[in-house]
Ligand binder design. Structure first.
Ligand code: NOJ
Length: 545
């Protein structure tokens, strides 16, 4: 059987609001993305994950959809979308849509109807419950954006359920009519020519709120099997489920032999770095050994069945180079390249988040009022009530908050960073004067050129796509090292992930001599014994096993 195309492709996430503004209103839009497609074609990516462009009141920047088959006017029209699709296709790039069906917007016609009363036709598209005997919420399930997951609807005297913002009511997946409506909508987009779906918080659709279960509910895999039978089967598409609760134990059920999906975005490497009490809101220093262990475990668990989605960042996470690298002037470029090397030579499909390919960094806010993200404003009262002081919370926001990834794409040193001619919807990172695509792409040793090489290597070297993965020196606190092997070949990757020089002793299983595939400092053609690695030096050598 031929390998699916997405195994050797590299994905790229576009967050439309912040990618490129074509009409001078300070907001990115679809024609802006089309105008910048050559940047992505030059990078060599095969597929774009397009964050939501649907009609939406934008309470959560488009993850609150009021019309699943309509485009938000601020982003353009359906004709603009079709043009983007065609222009991307002409460059060999597919578009994966964001499927946000755990919840809709409260401004969706379904919810507007459901709100009309207990007997309204679409009432059962959502989750309604009577108040608890004391009149309060039916139970104490909490929203991920802070506060109770239930909101009272005075008109009908019932509560509706929302795992995110109150403007994002959860859809009732137990209702077969709702599921049919979702299948119909998915078919409509696929028939239009999209390459697949990234499925927002898909691990929540099997929920059982009455038993206090949000993630990994009893019906989750039955719903996915039905989706497969009704929509996906027989179509050559890429499906990637966002599943914060996916574990080594159940990942195979999503993307193994009988799973409905191509791969899952799982977050163990992200949550491994969170505080046990305050989660991401309390900044912690990087634990490299812990991080390696998580990646290694996933590489091994999905070695023969299932497929990894590899990523450092997305629109909900901090910038890769700030979180895991060193974003100061001395090592920003080299550490961004080292991180890319480590991730892109693993087994799985790598995903680049916009701006990562030019080494964009976190931004900084001095006051909570200056944050755009709805999650921060919802969580601050909860965290404060649990005892986190404002200063610590702000440090957490600056380390891990979602605005970091959402500042506009830095294309040039121009006043609007080449993103807009107006005032951008979210403040530009002030470093755009020096960190931008024009400057980075002009440098043959820049971050972009390095990503280009990594993407190209995956296309030409089956060992990167299929090679058996063996971790090396798991307990080393400074160096990330592993081996890939295929058909008598060996690829050894060694990376110093610190800003200091280190001496590393390569275990025998990694010894290799041959060709240097890629490096961040200077080529090496042999890796053996004691190796002196410069700060953020990463190197990969391909030879005989
Ligand atoms: C996950 C999305 O990535 C995030 O941005 C959004 O806020 C929630 N799901 C709710 O849709």
């Amino acid at each position: 059987m031929r390998d699916p195309w997405w195994k050797s492709a590299v994905g790229y996430q576009v967050y439309p609001r912040s990618f490129c503004d074509s009409n001078g209103d300070g907001l990115g839009d679809i024609p802006g993305i089309t105008a910048r497609l050559d940047h992505l074609a030059d990078l060599g990516i095969g597929v774009i994950w397009l964050s939501p462009v649907y009609r939406s009141p934008m309470a959560d920047n488009g993850y609150d959809i009021s019309d699943y088959q309509g485009i938000a006017p601020e982003f353009g029209t359906l004709a603009d979308f079709d043009r983007l699709l065609a222009e991307a296709k002409a460059r060999g790039i597919g578009i994966v849509m964001d499927l946000v069906v755990n919840h809709s917007s409260d401004e969706h016609d379904w919810f507007q109807s459901a709100r009309q009363g207990r007997d309204a036709p679409y009432r059962d598209f959502y989750i309604w419950r009577d108040p608890a005997p004391d009149g309060g919420p039916p139970n104490d399930l909490q929203s991920f954006f802070g506060g109770p997951a239930w909101d009272y609807d005075a008109a009908s005297g019932q509560y509706y359920f929302h795992l995110f913002h109150a403007k994002q009511p959860d859809l009732n997946w137990n209702n077969p009519a709702l599921r049919q409506a979702v299948w119909q909508m998915m078919r409509w987009w696929l028939d239009r020519g999209v390459a697949g779906f990234r499925m927002d918080v898909i691990d929540l659709i099997g929920k059982d709120p009455d038993r206090g279960i949000a993630a990994d509910g009893p019906k989750l895999f039955a719903h996915l099997a039905e989706m497969d039978a009704q929509v996906l089967a027989g179509r050559d598409v890429l499906t990637v489920g966002e599943a914060w609760s996916a574990s080594l134990d159940n990942a195979g059920r999503y993307c193994g032999r009988d799973g409905a999906l191509s791969m899952v975005f799982q977050f163990s490497h992200v949550t491994a770095g969170w505080d046990p009490v305050f989660g991401k809101w309390k900044a912690r220093t990087r634990d490299l050994v812990g991080l390696k262990r998580v990646f290694n475990a996933w590489q091994i668990a999905l070695a023969d069945e299932g497929w990894n989605a590899l990523f450092w960042s997305n629109h909900d996470l901090p910038r890769a180079v700030s979180k895991y690298g060193d974003d100061g002037p001395a090592w920003r470029v080299r550490s961004a390249k080292a991180l890319a090397t480590v991730l892109h030579l693993m087994k799985g499909t790598p995903w680049i988040y916009q701006g990562e390919e030019i080494g964009m960094t976190n931004t900084h806010v001095g006051r909570i009022e200056d944050v755009d993200d709805v999650e921060v404003h919802g969580q601050w009262p909860d965290m404060s009530a649990r005892g986190l002081c404002e200063q610590d919370f702000l440090a957490g926001v600056n380390a891990n908050g979602r605005d970091n990834a959402r500042t506009p794409m830095q294309w040039s040193a121009a006043p609007g960073a080449g993103f807009t001619s107006a005032t951008p919807w979210l403040a530009l990172n002030p470093n755009h004067a020096t960190i931008n695509a024009d400057a980075d792409r002009a440098d043959p040793d820049g971050v972009f050129a390095h990503y280009q090489r990594l993407v190209a290597l995956r296309k030409t070297h089956p060992i990167i796509v299929h090679g058996h993965f063996v971790p090396l020196a798991e307990d080393d606190p400074n160096v990330w090292a592993y081996v890939r092997e295929l058909d008598g070949q060996r690829l050894t990757m060694v990376a110093n992930l610190t800003s200091d020089p280190v001496r590393f002793t390569l275990p025998e299983a990694g010894i290799v001599a041959g060709a240097c595939l890629i490096h961040t400092r200077a080529p090496r053609t042999r890796l053996k014994g004691e190796i002196d690695l410069a700060p953020w030096e990463a190197v990969a050598v391909l030879g005989q096993a």
